[in-house]
Structure formats: structure tokens, C-alpha cells
Design a protein around this ligand. Structure first.
Ligand code: C2G
Length: 506
């Protein structure tokens, strides 16, 4: 059980408060609008969620201090335009290392900060709250359905995965399934911009267009948001996920969506402010438009659908003519990479996914990486599709091979991983691990230079093909050292001959 504070008693904050209280958490709720607190305290019903009973154990308060103190988690559930002022009011009562969850969706117009960034910016203004932890909780989550305990999935995003997982634990229950993500920016960008695409979807429906346009707007709208997100350094998977495509679908297709409803009224000919008034609740898509247009310009990413919505909402453009203009834009491809890249990548995938992909393994120190090593690795890879290189750890080299390497294990690993023949690099820590490696990595072929000829034939007992390849003459790590330094100065190089090394498994 956790102590939770929810700032904001709108539909989403209240639906979450009910869920958290019903799943055993201690919930206190605050609103800046005192009559909301009076009404919720006395009626236990939220005006926009008539079917929902608010649990008696939720405390409602008009004091933000009483709401914030001694709370494990503080949830910001206020409209995007009030996030900064709420953070400013709450700041004196929020501990420096507080976990804060933002469930709002939007971007601050003049700073282009996402809402969790706004909270952090406001709380850290005076140099305090340096250890604050911000989580964005976002996904395809209509409050109306959560209020009825309908199954819902959501994303808990925090750069600190442990914190994301803590919120995942608190919000997980039989009705809500939580996924973690570390791409907070991507999750919040999706949350803000999908509302604009939902406006577009509503406008098209208001114009009398059908599902074809709705599906097109969702698909191409997500492509726009993804292009912008990638330009801003977000993670591509986020946009195909719950807070991206998931939330866009639910917002652009559902009657519960205020953005969709406002768009419909505008498509029917109402002015934006008339439509918002009739919807009677905050239409975040309209609030996000200016920020989206500024981001589009700042990152040089074209957002045709979002720009069209901006033209209709903020520049009085005729909705029907705007759709016609969109339809007659210059012809485009869906591909975001050149056809050549696509073909190359798909042929690589085809090869590696080919049934019975052959897995090859080889072992070595690979110090002062040279063309003899590369020749070995290239020929080893040619024997299959996937090459695992097992590199001697620093301890193994010193204790067993009596070799002092020039490069550390990590440096030798990094060098090997840069070679296009190499697919995986793992540590060699003892002579005995080969037998189990063959099974753990599903090896088909074991490869070594023929200076090891016969030494590893026992691996055939593990069902593995054993191949010894001719060494590349005249080059070796020790040769390089000798050539670089006076032979006498080279010490600690006395590599025990292979014959003397006991390679038989114990
Ligand atoms: N090699 C080669 N030609 C060279 C030098 C090395 O083909 N001129 C091969 C070796 O035969 C070996 C691989 O490159 O297969 C790595 O060589 P080293 O780094 O010297 O590996 P080594 O110290 O022999 O360790 O358990 C096996 C050991 O880890 C092998």
C-alpha cells in the first residue's frame, strides 16, 4: 500500500484516484477549484463520470500542503495549462527526492517543454529538488472506461527504470496492466500530439467522411509524430507502442474523446471556441497546436496533417478545402529509407533468419588486433551465419596463459564488436567452459587457427564440427611487440607453448 497524492480532480485524476483507493492505496486529492472539492466530498460522484462511485476512503482537501506532505507518490492530473502554476504552488511542500507522476498530455507553448519537464523546471528553479524523479504515465486510457474497471493498458516512463517499475507496481491490478519505458520524451510527445490527430479525425467525420479517411489520418498522423520524435532523439519503438499508436487509435476513434468530439463539431461548421464550449471540457489538442508548429519548424520536420489542423483551428481555413489540399499534395513514398537500404537490411534479415542458421564460435585473446585475426574471423564467419567470438578475460590471460595483454578485455571486446564478421563477443574465463558454451550458444561449428590443431577435437563429442584454419604467416601479437620494441626489452611475454598448456577440461 502506498500513500498517493493526486493534484487535480478532473475525470482522469478522479478515475485514477478511485482505482488506486479500491486497490488498497491511501489516496488524498486536491483541486484549486474549491467548489469541486466541496461537491466531490459531499456527493462522492464526479459530474463527468456519473456512473462512477467515488470510494469513501479518498480524502479531498483544499490545502495543497496537506495533499503533498508525506506522500510516496504525487500525481499531477491537472490540465496542461495549469501544470506550471500547480508545481509552483506545491513546490514548498514537495520533498527534494519526491517521485512525481504526470498523467496530463501536452507541451508548454512558449518553452516547448513536455509536462514532466515543466514540473522539473518549476521545482528546480531555486536550485532545490535536484533529486526529483519524474514519471510520465500515458497510454490508451479513457477515464470513462477505467471508471468502470474495464481492462486498460498504460505505459510508465522514467529515465530511471527502477522508478518506472515502482510506478508499474503501484498501478498494476486486475483492471490495469502497466508497461515500462525509459523514453519519457517520446511517451510525452505522443501523448500531446496524438490529440491533434484526433482533432483531424473528428473534423473529417464532421465533414461526413468515413473510416477510410480516419484510418489514413491515424496512419499518416503517426508517421508525422514519429518523424518529429526521431528528430528529437526519441526511441522509435515508443511510437508503435501503447503511448503512441495505441493512444492515437483510442483517441481518434472513440466517442469518449473530447478532441474527436470537438473536431466533429468544427467539421460540422462550428467555430473552435464554440466547439470547445459545447464539449465542456479541456480540448488538449487545441492547446498543443502552437507548440507542435514551433517544434516542426525548430526540427525542420514537415507535419502536413498537424499543419492542416492548425490552419483550420487558428487561421480560419475551410475544413473541406483543407482536406482537398492535403489530398493533392506532391506524391510521396511510405519508405523512410532508400529502397536500397531496405533491400540490404531485408536480405541480411533473410539470411540470419534462414532456417537452420549456422552458428560458429571461436576463442582467442585478440590482443593488438591484426590482419591475422581478421583473416581468421572472416573465414570463420564464412562457415556459417552467426559468429560468436569468446575473448580471454584479463584474469584468464594472466592466470592461465601467462600473457599480459596490451589492451584490456573491454577494449579488445569493443574492437572485435566493430568487425562486421562478428555478431557476438563474450568472455573466456577458463579452459573448461568450451563444452557448455557449445550447448548454451547452440553452436554448429567450432573454429581455431591450426596452431591449435587436435587440441579441441574432444568438442566433437558435443555434436560440434571442429575446424582448424591455417594461421596467417609472419604476423602475431608477440611479433608486433618484438618489432615495436627491442626484443630484450620485451618482458612478461614468455608465452607458454600450446603443448605445455593444459587445455583438457577437468
Ligand atoms: N591466428 C591466426 N593467424 C595469426 C595469429 C592468430 O589465424 N597470425 C588465430 C589463432 O590461431 C587463434 C585466433 O587467431 O585461432 C586468436 O589468436 P590469439 O589471440 O593468439 O588466441 P590464443 O592466445 O591462441 O587463445 O581457448 C583458446 C585460446 O583462447 C586461444
Amino acid at each position: 500500500m502506498s500513500e498517493i497524492c493526486i493534484l487535480g480532480t478532473g475525470t482522469w485524476g478522479t478515475a485514477l484516484g478511485r482505482m488506486l483507493a479500491n486497490t488498497g492505496h491511501d489516496v488524498v486529492m486536491w483541486s484549486a477549484i474549491e467548489k469541486e472539492i466541496d461537491s466531490l466530498s459531499s456527493t462522492s460522484v464526479h459530474p463527468n463520470l456519473p456512473g462512477m462511485v467515488i470510494p469513501q476512503q479518498i480524502r479531498f482537501t483544499k490545502s495543497i500542503e496537506e495533499a503533498c506532505v508525506n506522500r510516496e507518490v504525487i500525481i499531477f492530473a491537472v490540465p496542461s495549462v495549469f501544470v506550471r502554476s500547480t508545481a509552483s504552488t506545491a513546490s514548498p511542500y514537495i520533498p527534494d527526492d519526491q517521485i512525481i507522476v504526470d498523467v496530463g498530455k501536452g507541451i508548454e507553448t512558449d518553452t516547448l517543454l513536455t509536462l514532466s519537464e515543466v514540473i522539473k523546471d518549476e521545482l528546480q528553479k531555486d536550485g532545490t529538488h535536484q533529486d526529483i524523479k519524474l514519471v510520465a504515465l500515458s497510454g490508451p486510457t479513457h477515464a470513462e472506461e477505467v471508471a468502470l474497471d474495464m481492462p486498460t493498458l498504460i505505459v510508465s516512463a522514467c529515465t530511471d527504470l527502477e522508478v518506472a517499475e515502482k510506478i508499474q507496481d503501484i498501478f498494476s491490478n486486475t483492471c490495469m496492466r502497466v508497461y515500462t519505458n525509459i523514453d519519457v520524451k517520446g511517451v510525452e510527445l505522443c501523448g500531446a500530439l496524438k490529440n491533434i490527430i484526433a482533432l483531424a479525425s473528428g473534423i473529417s467525420a464532421g465533414l461526413g467522411y468515413g473510416d477510410n479517411v480516419k484510418a489514413a489520418l491515424i496512419t499518416r498522423g503517426m508517421a508525422e509524430i514519429t518523424r518529429l520524435g526521431m528528430a528529437m532523439g526519441c526511441v522509435d519503438q515508443t511510437f508503435a507502442g501503447l503511448s503512441g499508436m495505441g493512444d492515437l487509435i483510442v483517441t481518434a476513434t472513440s466517442v469518449h474523446s473530447r478532441n474527436n468530439r470537438a473536431g466533429y463539431l468544427i467539421g460540422q461548421g462550428k467555430k473552435p471556441d464554440e466547439a470547445v464550449k459545447e464539449v465542456g471540457m479541456v480540448v488538449e489538442g487545441i492547446n498543443a497546436l502552437l507548440a507542435a508548429m514551433k517544434l516542426s519548424k525548430q526540427y525542420g520536420v514537415e507535419l502536413p496533417i498537424i499543419s492542416a489542423v492548425d490552419a483550420v483551428i487558428n487561421h480560419n481555413a475551410d475544413p473541406a478545402k483543407t482536406v482537398a489540399t492535403l489530398m493533392q499534395r506532391e506524391k510521396k513514398t511510405e519508405l523512410t529509407k532508400s529502397a536500397l537500404d531496405i533491400n540490404f537490411e531485408s536480405s541480411l534479415l533473410r539470411n540470419t533468419r534462414r532456417a537452420g542458421m549456422k552458428r560458429v564460435i571461436t576463442y582467442g585473446t585478440f590482443d593488438l588486433l591484426h590482419y591475422g585475426h581478421i583473416n581468421l574471423l572472416r573465414r570463420a564467419k564464412a562457415l556459417g551465419d552467426y559468429l560468436i567470438v569468446v575473448v580471454s578475460s584479463d584474469e584468464f590471460n594472466w592466470n592461465e596463459k601467462h600473457k599480459k595483454t596490451y589492451f584490456t578485455y573491454e577494449q579488445r571486446k569493443q574492437l572485435l564488436e566493430a568487425i562486421r564478421y562478428v555478431d557476438l563477443v563474450i568472455p573466456e574465463e577458463n579452459w573448461q567452459q568450451k563444452r557448455s558454451d557449445m550447448h548454451e550458444y547452440h553452436v554448429d561449428t567450432f573454429v581455431m587457427g591450426d596452431d591449435w590443431k587436435g587440441k579441441f577435437d574432444f568438442l566433437k563429442e558435443e555434436g560440434v564440427e571442429v575446424v582448424y584454419l591455417p594461421r596467417t604467416p609472419e604476423i602475431s601479437t608477440s611479433q608486433i611487440k618484438h618489432d615495436l620494441y627491442d626484443a630484450n626489452a620485451v618482458d612478461g611475454e614468455s608465452k607458454t607453448s600450446h603443448e605445455e598448456i593444459n587445455t583438457d577440461p577437468q
